[in-house]
Design a protein around this ligand. Structure first.
Ligand code: FAQ
Length: 317
């Protein structure tokens, strides 16, 4: 029977059957309204995170300690802009346009990742962001690359490749500082101390407090829970820290031989919810920078639109 002839219930059952059998959903396929809404929420927040995420690192481009480091950082920040654009485009396939998504960000209706509300106080923070923040993003996005929505999963494939480069340059930057002077080592450890816990919070609230997870996992948008991915990140990152002499700022961290996972201390969820609610150290600064960029770029968008309009008139004539 064609989808058009099915009842709403039959369509939903058929949709779930497709998901369960591992089929990929494409933009023109029938999908429940709630699936579309959930994807728009999650993907637009992801796109906003990439764009807002340029700000903490952009802050250090003019102060990079060498030309090579400046070129690497410039390339990385530019990549993040590209990631935002792929994900905005992928989200547009769900029937929302970019201007509306950006308006939702600027009016506080849409969120972006909590991590980007923390300041970047030293050069070592560029290492911590690349290694920890991109590292956490990779763990999350490698799973999303197998999600049920085609445009999102394809965007993730490319993004993960680029994030791997970001992750390695961050780790290499910190490894270099750890082989340097006492001051450089302290600067690297200080960055680790400030970014470790916020990086763990990137995976979202614990499973018992994650209202969206059940639905997203049933639809295979999320393949693993928040806690599962957080644990995966910790297990892979602790040995990397040890290899370069960085200490994890968690007195409760210990290896459990039986489970073959690290046990870790309590995450400060009050801090997480405060940051998500707009009360982190840099929320206001980030949003005013975004609004200013949007305002100052208006004439460029208008000129580009006018150019495209005139060009299409000439081509049509
Ligand atoms: N920050 O029910 P759940 C990057 C919200 S990209 C802020 O568990 P869900 C690249 C959540 O939206 C980083 N809010 O939600 C880069 C929900 O609120 P809502 C971004 C958060 O969707 C590197 C509420 O809490 N990556 O770093 C956060 O099932 C370096 C309840 O939570 C993505 O966005 C948070 N950390 O799971 C760029 C990946 N966590 O919307 C530059 C895609 C949760 O109902 C430099 N997203 N919330 O009002 C996801 O995988 C998921 O959306 C989660 C949250 C796992 C983030």
């Amino acid at each position: 029977m064609s989808v058009a002839m099915m009842s709403e219930e039959q369509r939903e059952a058929e949709f779930q059957r497709r998901i369960d059998s591992g089929e990929v959903i494409e933009p023109k396929d029938w999908m429940p309204e709630r699936y579309r809404k959930q994807l728009i929420r999650m993907m637009s927040q992801h796109a906003h995170s990439e764009i807002v995420g340029m700000l903490p690192e952009g802050n250090w481009i003019t102060r990079a300690p060498s030309l090579a480091r400046k070129a690497i950082l410039l390339a990385k920040v530019q990549d993040e802009a590209g990631h935002g654009l792929y994900i905005y485009s992928a989200t547009e396939t769900l029937g929302i346009d970019r201007a509306e998504m950006i308006n939702q960000l600027h009016t506080g209706k849409a969120k972006y990742s909590s991590i980007f509300n923390y300041p970047t106080l030293s050069w070592a923070d560029m290492g911590a962001i690349g290694w920890l923040v991109d590292g956490a993003a990779i763990v999350n996005q490698t799973a999303l690359a197998k999600c049920s929505y085609g445009p999102y999963s394809r965007a993730m494939l490319r993004i993960c490749k680029e994030e791997n480069f970001h992750n390695k340059q961050g780790y290499q930057l910190l490894a270099y500082l750890m082989r340097g002077t006492k001051e450089q080592q302290e600067m690297a450890q200080d960055a680790m101390n400030r970014f470790w816990w916020p990086a763990l919070m990137m995976f979202g609230p614990s499973d018992t407090n994650s209202p969206n997870s059940d639905e997203l996992m049933r639809w295979k948008v999320k393949l693993y829970s928040n806690d599962h991915l957080r644990q995966r990140f910790i297990d892979r990152t602790v040995p990397q820290a040890e290899a370069i002499g960085l200490r994890i700022p968690d007195p409760d961290l210990k290896w459990n031989e039986q489970t073959r996972h690290y046990e870790f201390g309590k995450i400060n969820w009050d801090e997480f919810y405060a940051v998500v609610a707009g009360n982190g150290p840099c929320n206001h600064e980030r949003m005013s920078a975004r609004r200013k960029a949007d305002e100052e770029g208006r004439w460029v968008r208008e000129a580009a639109r006018e150019y495209a309009r005139k060009k299409s008139m000439v081509t049509a004539a």
